[in-house]
Design a protein around this ligand. Structure first.
Ligand SMILES: NC(=O)c1ccc[n+]([C@@H]2O[C@H](COP(=O)([O-])OP(=O)(O)OC[C@H]3O[C@@H](n4cnc5c(N)ncnc54)[C@H](O)[C@@H]3O)[C@@H](O)[C@H]2O)c1
Length: 340
């Protein structure tokens, strides 16, 4: 049985699908602060097509609620935890640092202490490219110095820096996965990215294309890049989910005891290229505003994910931007989830 915190969220719901489709029973622990209750139901629906899929249970609560965690561990034989629950709005983290230190850092410490007490010794941790801050070079390898330039990245880096101590003192085996820009949606179109407050580029451009936002602003077109806009590394959410399954299997097999992996495609795409891909998906051109640069936005962020390829056998299935955007477009066109 696998405990997945944040499993009602965007990436979490895809991870739940991948893990349950591989035959594992899953308990989702999610407080629905940014997630959706219907995500778990949608995953159950789409798993009907999979032979031998595991069961999914949704528990509503905080990932740092120690008595709730003790109860879950008493009721279920938890073999490993995949910890995705967190807030991840960079701008908000700079305005309200306490919110991020409390939710992402403190709650994770309570979770780690509960795992120790309940003798659960395997963890996959959702980290982020934001731990690197302004890159000294691209593509960024895992050994790159960690110098986060925002509180969100810092709140994750603090947990990453504690994990080796939990390994030494309590035998916790862990893998930290540093995702670059998660995007796209499951091929079924039944699960995808739905946030009450959207800040990610691809859904923002799609919502503009669907007429659900009045404007879309490019933050800076004077960067030292081939078209003046920032370059990012977009990774399909289903490829991220596959990496979680591989990480989990490596931990369960005892092949990995402590390791960090970047997850990206290693291909740069500019903001203008993303807009062009949405135009291609929706079949018409879009007008955009040009605004000033945002403070702290690096011009290029690109992952070196060779380690995950070599050691976990990770092989992204959807490396092309147009496939990623097409899947997101399909999801947004079909999406009819109630607000939760
Ligand atoms: N989306 C990206 O591009 C990206 C990139 C790098 C890292 N990440 C990390 O991936 C993880 C998932 O991100 P996402 O984009 O799916 O976000 P999301 O907001 O869709 O999902 C987060 C989920 O965690 C839940 N949650 C938050 N705090 C909780 C708490 N204290 N207790 C229980 N549940 C809680 C939310 O309700 C939500 O369902 C996060 O840890 C995020 O930092 C995301």
């Amino acid at each position: 049985m696998i405990l997945i915190t944040g499993g009602a969220g965007y990436i979490g719901s895809h991870v739940v699908k991948e893990i349950a489709a591989a035959g594992f029973d899953v308990v989702i622990l999610d407080n629905l602060s940014t997630g959706n209750r219907v995500a778990a139901e949608a995953v159950r629906t789409l798993l009907r097509d999979y032979d031998g899929a595991g069961q999914i249970e949704l528990v509503i609560g905080d990932c740092g609620n120690e008595s709730l965690l003790d109860q879950i561990c008493r009721q279920h034989p938890i073999d490993a935890v995949i910890h995705l629950a967190a807030f991840s709005e960079v701008g908000e983290s700079m305005r309200d640092a306490a919110k991020y230190f409390s939710n992402n850092t403190a709650q994770s410490i309570y979770l780690l202490n509960s795992l120790k007490r309940n003798r659960v010794d395997k963890l996959v941790f959702s980290s982020t490219a934001a731990v690197y801050g302004q890159p000294l070079r691209n593509p960024i390898p895992e050994e790159h110095p960690l110098q986060p330039s925002n509180v969100y990245g810092l709140s994750k880096m603090m947990i990453e820096s504690m994990l080796p101590r939990y390994r030494v003192n309590y035998g916790l085996n862990y893998i930290s996965l540093r995702y670059f820009n998660a995007a796209g949606a499951d091929a079924s179109g039944l699960i995808g990215e739905k946030h009450r407050q959207e800040s990610h580029l691809i859904p923002l451009v799609i919502l503009r294309a669907m007429g659900r936002r009045d404007r879309f602003t490019i933050f800076g077109d004077d960067y030292d890049t081939y078209d003046g806009t920032c370059l990012r590394d977009y990774i399909h959410v289903s490829d991220l989910a596959q990496a979680h399954l591989l990480a989990l299997q490596a931990l369960l097999a005892g092949n990995v005891r402590e390791r960090v992996y970047n997850l990206g495609n290693g291909r740069p795409h500019s903001v203008r290229e993303v807009i062009a891909a949405v135009e291609q998906a929706c079949g018409r051109s879009l007008t955009c505003d040009i605004g000033p640069r945002r403070l702290g936005d690096p011009s290029i962020l690109l992952a070196s994910s060779q380690r995950a390829v070599d050691e976990l056998g990770w092989k992204p299935q959807y490396p092309h931007l147009q496939n990623i955007v097409d899947s997101a477009w399909r999801w947004h066109r079909l999406e009819n989830w109630p607000e939760s």
